[in-house]
Design a protein around this ligand. Structure first.
Ligand code: HEC
Length: 244
């Protein structure tokens, strides 16, 4: 069985699915671009420092560079907190005088057990050294990783297997099919494994970006090529011989 020999209705149904997958991949790429850049619209190239902030910086530092940045009085405050964590996050003079001063000034109006601010977050209080210690670990915690990884792995595998199989039954040369199908799965595993590994080395922030691009790129390429194969006559050079 080949894609180009399917009847009209089968091609119609499969095309609807593949077009939807392409649109889904493009919206995922848009979201990633927006989350990891300072823009609020359009397609954006992710900023590697923001990727690092999410996956490898300690949560306290990462949040000050990203979601909580608007409350940081001076950029230097982030360096002071980062240095304190690097030096072991001890309950010492530096903590009491430098770190706690910044937390009191910038963060405690919301991050305290009895804050009455409208945007307050009483469940994440920063009142003591003990409170802060929960947020000095770098990268994803076990719970966060397990939660995000399983949803992503199950979700992605379902449509990746359908796209892979459709592409496997296309008329393209075998090596093109093997390459794109292999890249799709390697990209998925590389991306998710690196969410975890970025805790241990910054290098994996680059692997996250590269494998994410490979994953999205191969899914769009496979879907697009299947659509072409079903509806257009293609040059013989890209097709497998005797593809009947
Ligand atoms: C105006 C209120 C407000 C201020 C000021 C504020 N936060 Fe938050 N913060 C929140 C809320 C609400 C959440 C939970 C929802 C969210 O993540 O946006 C949160 C979540 C967090 C988290 C949990 C993880 C995350 O990024 O979502 C961290 C860590 C954090 N804040 C750190 C800080 C630090 C450090 C400061 C001071 C520089 C600060 N916040 C100042 C309201 C505030």
């Amino acid at each position: 069985m080949r894609l180009d020999t399917l009847n009209f209705q089968a091609r119609l149904g499969l095309s609807g699915f593949l077009i939807t997958v392409i649109l889904g991949a493009l919206s995922a790429a848009t979201l990633i671009g927006l989350l990891y850049s300072s823009q609020t619209s359009g397609f954006n190239i992710p900023d590697i420092n923001k990727v690092k902030a999410k996956y490898s910086d300690p949560m306290l530092v990462g949040s000050m560079k990203s979601s909580m940045y608007e409350y940081v009085a001076e950029d230097g405050d982030i360096d002071i907190i980062a240095q304190w964590i690097k030096d072991g996050a001890k309950d010492d003079e530096y903590f009491k005088e430098e770190v706690m001063y910044i937390i009191e000034e910038d963060c405690q109006k919301c991050h305290s057990r009895n804050s009455t601010m409208s945007k307050a977050i009483t469940s994440i209080p920063f009142s003591s050294h003990e409170d802060l210690m929960k947020y000095v670990e770098g990268g994803y915690s076990w719970t966060h990783m397990a939660k995000t990884a399983h949803i992503h792995l199950f979700g992605m595998s379902v449509f990746l297997v359908i796209v892979s199989l459709a592409f496997a039954f296309s008329s393209y040369i075998g090596s093109i099919k093997t390459l794109l199908i292999g890249l799709g799965w390697l990209g998925l595993w590389g991306d998710i494994a690196s969410w975890w590994l970025a805790k241990y080395s910054d290098v994996f922030a680059y692997v996250i970006s590269a494998s994410g691009a490979v994953e999205i790129g191969s899914v769009i390429a496979m879907s697009g090529l299947c659509l072409l194969n079903m509806w257009f006559k293609l040059p013989a050079a890209v097709l497998e011989k005797n593809s009947d």
